[in-house]
Design a protein around this ligand. Structure first.
Ligand code: HDE
Length: 698
């Protein structure tokens, strides 16, 4: 019989592991199974003899592998890829005049929340920077229950009726037979569906605009999309649309940049959110309300129940009522971000729904999703989903019941106490949620019909309004995005149908896109309602719009150094960037650092080949003439500068760097500066005037 050998914690394969392990924080912390049984060896399975076979009785192995095999839960059907953070909402002023919602009563009060941002089309492991709508879901843990404002970074949606949602999502996701493309709308099935769905035209304008290639979660707006209600203590209802406005303003990337970021850093936006929170630059948004009454709703030229329409801010201005600050990263991605169960039906007294048919469909959908993802009707007991106020009812049992309800009474009313009085939680007519009852424009009912209201029929006027309100650089981006996407559509009849719809939006746009496809402009498609010219809305622009961010705050500047860099120049740039509340990131050919003029080593934050300029908002090239000469033969360095220029970023350069700039084709303009104050000033902008000389735009 062979002698039994034990490869335990003191010898054998586990030894190296233990030698490298950091000092134990708690010497008494014992590794156990899920049943609490202490584990003696976590390196070796139980075998008969040192070379096997493995024994079935090894419950430590069996439990560990069993649990691992079931680590994944179904990903979200849409919005699978996302990142979230904890934070709070702080109210500026009491909103008691329009709502009795508890979180909106007391100025200065903070309500904890958990906010998740997402892309829509891609799977959980897809890239962060596709052209896609971004989800913007906020769970407020209020004192009267959880309120989930589950919105997007675009104020309208593709469809008007929930029954079309599965078709839309099937069309945009990877195609049914071939299993691609992942996280991309540039393919036949998406555009086939869109071309047949004129109601999506307004949303398509937004989807093809720079809004869907945001620079960061922290630089995009959020919208509740639907018209909701607020109801005050006297029972008076107002209509409301919710907006989130980023403190850092609206910032987007250039399409070529977004594509390259996908290669350089798949987790670009997730990392960005994490790093901002880590360094204390907490992302912040203001909550703005568009509040209006029935009279306005009656007189407005579009139906306020139609989720493919906006109410321009110029028509109903925003009332800024508070701010959201995200200041804490989740402790555990799975337990919090992945298991967070948002649901638009989670609403609190003082806020209510309208009959928007898309919203109504959503109210029905999300609970089903939670059950299939999280496996049990008790998903609300997971810490991330549980309310932070008292929660009492007589719902009982179910899979994975984690609570321990005590006592005999599991029904209401009950009088099981000795005095025979009614006990336990009871309904409250005073404080309980009551649905707004009065008939008004948003609450009318009639015969049971499957039809679309006439008032939803104008599919083009607001698409035109959006396109024409944009800055001309944004218009060119939008037209070029359409050319790119339709160039990936192989079905010529689909391209033609899209073009015919675009003629209704704007004949000039249709002509530009047709030209980009080398196709003829078709006749306009039949429009149910002839489009009208509306007053333009400058608030819809990013460039030169009211939410353009003109400071360096919150941006990131990549600073290239190499052996021979002048440390005085370098320190000056780093200090100036830091003083402007931006993040400096020093890049050298080797991450260990570069030997500065005078011989001192300067450690780098990143390696040149792994830190392309697409990751930064502006770049500084701090090189000696010798180093710049050497770098003209270094593709990563040339590409770094070439892309910074091509993506319209400011380039601050030392005199010595000129050879590298020349090699990269940099032409002098306002965005190409020395390393002085002019660079800091330029670094907060992009130079859109440069673009027509650099690439063909539609
Ligand atoms: Fe969603 N949506 N949705 N949606 N949605 C989901 O719920 C659905 C719609 C939105 O970070 C799902 O838990 C239907 C509009 C966000 O976890 C699912 C309809 C808007 C998120 C679902 C819509 C949204 C979701 C998938 C048409 C913007 C991610 C996973 C009636 C206002 C939340 C899940 C998070 C998630 C259904 C339309 C936003 C399948 C049926 C319009 C931000 O239940």
């Amino acid at each position: 019989m062979p002698t039994q050998k034990t490869f335990g914690t003191d010898r054998g394969a586990g030894d190296e592991l233990h030698q490298n392990a950091p000092a134990k924080a708690d010497a008494d912390a014992r590794l156990t199974t899920n049943q609490g049984i202490p584990v003696s060896d976590n390196q070796n399975q139980l075998k008969s003899g040192d070379r096997g076979p493995v024994l079935l009785e090894d419950f430590v192995l069996r439990e560990k592998i069993f649990h691992f095999d079931h680590e994944r839960i179904p990903e979200r059907i849409v919005h699978a890829r996302g990142s979230a953070a904890h934070g709070y909402f702080e109210l500026y002023e009491s909103l008691a005049d329009i709502t009795k919602a508890d979180l909106f009563q007391r100025a200065g009060e903070k309500t904890p929340l958990f906010t998740r941002f997402s892309t829509v089309a891609g799977g959980a492991g897809s890239i962060d920077t596709p052209r896609d709508v971004r989800g913007f879901a906020v769970k407020f843990y209020t004192q009267e229950g959880n309120w989930d404002l589950v919105g997007n970074n675009i104020p309208v949606f593709f469809i008007q009726d929930a029954i079309k949602f599965p078709d839309l999502v099937h069309a945009v996701k990877m195609e049914a037979d071939r299993g691609y493309p992942q996280a991309a709308s540039a393919h036949d099935t998406f555009w086939d569906f869109i071309s047949l769905m004129p109601e999506s035209t307004h949303m398509i304008m937004w989807a093809m605009s720079d809004r869907t290639i945001p620079r960061s979660f922290a630089t995009m707006e959020g919208f509740g999309v639907h018209t909701f209600r607020m109801v005050n203590a006297k029972g008076k209802s107002s209509f409301v649309k919710f907006h989130w406005k980023p403190k850092l303003g609206l910032q987007s990337t250039i399409w070529d940049e977004a594509v390259k970021i996908a290669g350089a850093d798949q987790d670009y936006q997730r990392r960005d959110l994490f790093e901002r929170i880590e360094r204390g630059d907490f992302p912040e948004w203001e909550l703005g309300l568009q509040v209006f009454d029935e009279e306005f709703a009656e007189s407005f030229e579009f139906d306020v129940l139609d989720p493919t329409k906006i109410i321009p801010e110029e028509v109903v201005p925003l009332r800024m009522v508070g701010r959201m600050v995200l200041d804490r990263w989740p402790d555990n991605f799975f337990a919090e971000t992945e298991q967070a169960a948002y649901c638009p039906a989670n609403i609190v007294p003082g806020i209510d729904f309208t009959n928007d048919p898309l919203l109504q469909g959503r109210l029905f959908s999300y609970l089903d999703t939670q059950k299939s993802r999280l496996g049990t009707s008790n998903f609300h007991q997971l810490p991330i989903n549980a309310p932070k106020c008292p929660m009492m009812n007589f719902q009982r049992d179910g899979m994975m019941q984690m609570g321990l309800p005590k006592g005999r009474a599991n029904y209401e009313p009950n009088s099981l106490n000795e005095a025979g009085e009614l006990t336990g939680p009871r309904e409250s007519t005073a404080r309980g949620f009551r649905t707004f009852e009065t008939q008004d424009i948003a609450n009318q009912s009639g015969d049971k019909l499957r039809l679309r209201a006439e008032s939803f029929a104008d599919h083009y006027s607001q698409a035109r309004l959006f396109f024409r309100s944009l800055h001309e650089a944004e218009q060119a981006h939008l037209a070029s995005a359409l050319v790119f996407e339709l160039s990936r559509v192989s079905l010529v009849h689909v391209r033609k149908r899209v073009l015919a719809n675009l003629v209704n939006v704007d004949p000039d746009l249709a002509a530009r896109v047709a030209d980009g496809l080398a196709m003829a402009v078709p006749a306009a498609s039949a429009a149910a309602v002839q489009p009208q010219d509306l007053d333009l809305s400058p608030a819809l622009r990013i460039i030169h719009g009211p939410r353009q961010h003109d400071s360096l705050e919150g941006r990131c500047v990549g600073i290239v150094i190499a052996d021979g860099t002048d440390g005085v120049d370098l320190d000056a740039v780093v200090d100036a960037v830091t003083a402007a509340k931006a993040k400096p990131f020093v890049i050298a050919p080797k991450v260990g650092g570069a030997k500065l003029k005078g011989g001192k080593m300067r450690v780098a934050d990143g390696q040149l080949a792994g830190s392309p300029s697409v990751l930064f908002d502006a770049v500084a090239i701090v090189l000696s003439a010798e180093a710049a000469d050497l770098m003209t033969k270094e593709a990563a360095a040339v590409q770094f500068v070439m892309d910074a220029f091509g993506h319209l970023k400011a380039i601050g350069a030392s005199e010595g760097a000129q050879a590298l700039l020349d090699k990269a084709g940099v032409e002098p303009d306002e965005g190409v500066t020395g390393l002085d104050d002019a660079f800091i000033e330029a670094a907060s902008q992009r130079f859109f005037e440069r673009e027509p000389n650099l690439r063909t735009l539609a």
